[in-house]
Design a protein around this ligand. Structure first.
Ligand SMILES: *[C@@H]1O[C@H](CO)[C@@H](O)[C@H](O)[C@H]1NC(C)=O
Ligand SMILES: [Cu+2]
Length: 167
């Protein structure tokens, strides 16, 4: 009976670790329920939202907007500050809602290019931190499936060892 209880405890622990692993990729809905709009409170709105979120490589930014009312493009800091779409980083995304995976660490800047939306505060600056599991910033990011696969095989070996030990 005691052995059975230990085994259940180990299983529960393993399940908790797997769940934590699955939850590692956070989806951040930009602006929460307001979405990606011209904010009522001006640029401070998305600054506050960003300050309340912790962005890690591999996380997803979900820009929730209606197609043709807004768009989103990543730009360098200079373009962000002056609200121009000069030197865009990648394509302008015109179909909403859209998910952007944060694939590299550092500062990321996003604006809406429609009308005066950026000037009116529809702009977002975030700082993405490296994944806690990454060996070095220069190491190419491993696909999620492979890292969780390694983790899963680790758990399976751990459980086999324990099962052999207990029974
Ligand atoms: C964005 O990600 C969320 C959460 O994973 C998902 O429910 C939604 O379908 C995705 N949307 C698009 C456009 O891929
Ligand atoms: Cu807009």
């Amino acid at each position: 009976m005691e052995k059975f209880i230990s085994f259940v405890v180990v299983l529960g622990f393993a399940a908790a670790m797997l769940l934590q692993c699955a939850a590692a990729q956070t989806v951040h809905v930009v602006g929460d329920s307001s979405g990606w709009v011209v904010p009522q409170g001006g640029a401070a709105t998305y600054q506050t939202w960003a300050a309340n979120n912790n962005f890690v490589v591999g996380d997803i930014l979900m820009f929730n907007f209606v197609t043709e009312q807004h768009d989103v493009v990543q730009v360098p800091k200079e373009s962000f500050d002056s609200c121009t779409s000069a030197n865009p980083i990648g394509e302008t995304i015109t179909t909403g809602p859209t998910n952007i995976t944060l694939s590299d660490a550092g500062n990321h800047y996003y604006i809406c290019t429609i009308g005066q939306h950026c000037q009116l505060g529809q702009k977002l600056a975030i700082t993405v931190s490296g994944s806690p599991g990454a060996a070095a910033p220069s190491t190419p990011m491993q696909p999620d499936s492979s890292s969780s696969g390694v983790f899963a095989s680790f758990l399976v070996s751990l459980l086999s060892i324990l099962a052999g030990f207990l029974f």
